[in-house]
Structures are given as structure tokens and as C-alpha cells.
Design a protein around this ligand. Structure first.
Ligand code: URA
Length: 253
């Protein structure tokens, strides 16, 4: 069977498909000993020998899907030039090399999905699938209904207007308000910039849900594997449900 190189690398758990494209462009990938920088290159699965940074990759690894309750102060990248702790420092007993599905800012807490399934990571972060993410945002002041409607309808950010989203007031305090904001985009620091745009900057931000997957039964700084009941609707959302059914059958046999 033939596969495009970046898709094959992602299916080997190297990184998400987009990150694999960068590895190829950076000249870090070889096919049968020759460096390949062309993105569309096809490889014959099981025939061609593919390596990244000199290390051969293959599709044999078991897939892992985790939810982590990210604490403040941890970065979502594999390493940090400033030496801050990374979310991967919290993962202690998983032998597979994982990457995060999307990112949370260093000062954001809550639900982060981690996997070695590059195809799932690629699809869950692709705008075409409009994956919903729910945030609890504690903002300064008491945003008026008019301002909340501006958030709902879309505010102008320096990289363009935001798409319509859901905003609910969960609780009003004296000088702060707890909002529930559901977005289906994933732009850099989006929720913070949206709240800044209505002049109610964020004091604390936590992600509590991605599609059907809720941050439940996991303490801050801890993680657990997703259940099949959580994984199946998530995979169906990005049209990978058939892949999961196949994996489960293979496990049974
Ligand atoms: N929006 C933000 O502003 N920060 C995050 O970490 C996630 C979404």
C-alpha cells in the first residue's frame, strides 16, 4: 500500500501530520537512506525504509490516548528555551512518544489531550472539522449583555474576526464574572484576546471540555487514558470511527 510521506510519519506516531510536514521540509526525513524534502512523496508501507533524524520509524506502536489536567506554569511544547516544566514531565509511565492535540498557554489550566496518533491530532486541530472546546473564563468586571453578544457574534482580532460562539454567564461576583465560552476555532490565545477585545481581560482560564470529552476524575497535574466511550464519539466527529473499530477488532483477535 502506498501512502504520502507526512501521513505515513504521522501514522507511525512521530508527530501530528502538520509537524511531520515541517520535519520533511527541514530535511530530517530519509526514505531508503536518501533525504526527502518533497511533501507529496509517496512511500510503500512495509517496503520503504523511513527514518527521522537517523532513527527508523514503523507503524507497529500501540496507540495511546490520554487526558491530562494541565496545571498553570507548564508549557505544552516538548522543550522550553526558558527551562519551564513541560506537560510531558508529568507523564511518567507511558513508553510511547506522545504529543499534545493542540496547545494550551502556559498560564491556562485544564483539559489537554495527548496521543501518538498523528492522524487524530491532525484532524482534531483542522478547522474543517470545527471541533468544539469549552472554557471557563474568569474575567474582570461585569460584561454587559451587549458585550456578551459581541463575543457571541464575533469580535475583531488582529488576525481577523472570530466565528460565532456560545457564551454563558456561570456566576457573577462583585468585580469579576465567570463565563463559559465554547469556540470551534483554535487560534493562538484566542479566548484571552476575545475577552481583551471587550475590555474584560481574563484573570483565570481553564479548558473543561473538547467535543464530548470532559475533564472528569483527574486531579490537576494528573492524567488517565480515555475510555472507549469517550474515544468513539471523538473519532466519529473527525471521521475516524472506522479506524477505531478496526483497532478494537485487531485487539480482540
Ligand atoms: N484560548 C486562550 O486564550 N488560551 C488557551 O490556552 C486556549 C484558548
Amino acid at each position: 500500500m502506498e501512502e504520502r510521506l507526512q501521513k505515513y510519519l504521522a501514522s507511525c506516531g512521530v508527530a501530528s501530520r502538520r509537524a511531520c510536514e515541517e520535519l520533511i521540509k527541514a530535511g530530517r526525513v530519509k526514505v531508503n537512506g536518501k533525504t526527502v524534502t518533497e511533501l507529496g512523496t509517496k512511500v510503500q508501507i512495509g517496503v520503504d525504509k523511513v527514518s527521522v533524524d537517523g532513527k527508523e520509524v514503523s507503524q507497529e506502536e500501540d496507540y495511546v490516548y490520554l487526558m491530562l489536567n494541565k496545571p498553570e506554569g507548564y508549557v505544552t511544547t516538548a522543550s522550553d528555551p526558558q527551562g519551564r516544566p513541560t506537560v510531558f514531565d508529568l507523564i511518567t509511565d507511558i513508553p510511547q512518544r506522545l504529543f499534545s492535540i493542540g496547545r494550551l498557554d502556559v498560564d491556562t489550566e485544564g483539559l489537554l489531550l495527548l496521543t501518538n496518533d498523528g492522524e487524530l491530532a491532525y484532524r482534531l486541530t483542522h478547522p474543517k472539522f470545527s471541533v468544539s472546546k469549552v472554557y471557563h473564563a474568569l474575567v474582570t468586571g461585569k460584561p454587559s449583555e451587549d458585550k456578551l453578544n459581541r463575543l457571541r457574534n464575533g469580535v475583531q482580532l488582529d488576525d481577523g474576526p472570530t466565528k460565532p460562539c456560545k457564551v454563558k454567564v456561570l456566576r457573577r461576583f462583585n468585580h469579576k464574572t465567570l463565563l463559559e465560552i465554547t469556540i470551534s476555532e483554535g487560534r493562538n490565545r484566542q479566548v484571552r484576546r476575545m475577552c481583551q477585545a471587550i475590555n474584560n481581560p481574563i484573570i483565570h482560564l481553564e479548558r473543561v471540555k473538547i467535543e464530548n470529552v470532559e475533564l472528569k476524575d483527574v486531579k490537576r497535574g494528573h492524567y488517565r487514558k480515555l475510555t472507549i466511550e469517550e474515544l468513539l464519539p471523538l473519532m466519529n466527529k473527525v471521521q475516524l470511527g472506522a479506524n477505531l473499530a478496526k483497532m478494537m477488532l485487531e485487539e480482540e483477535n
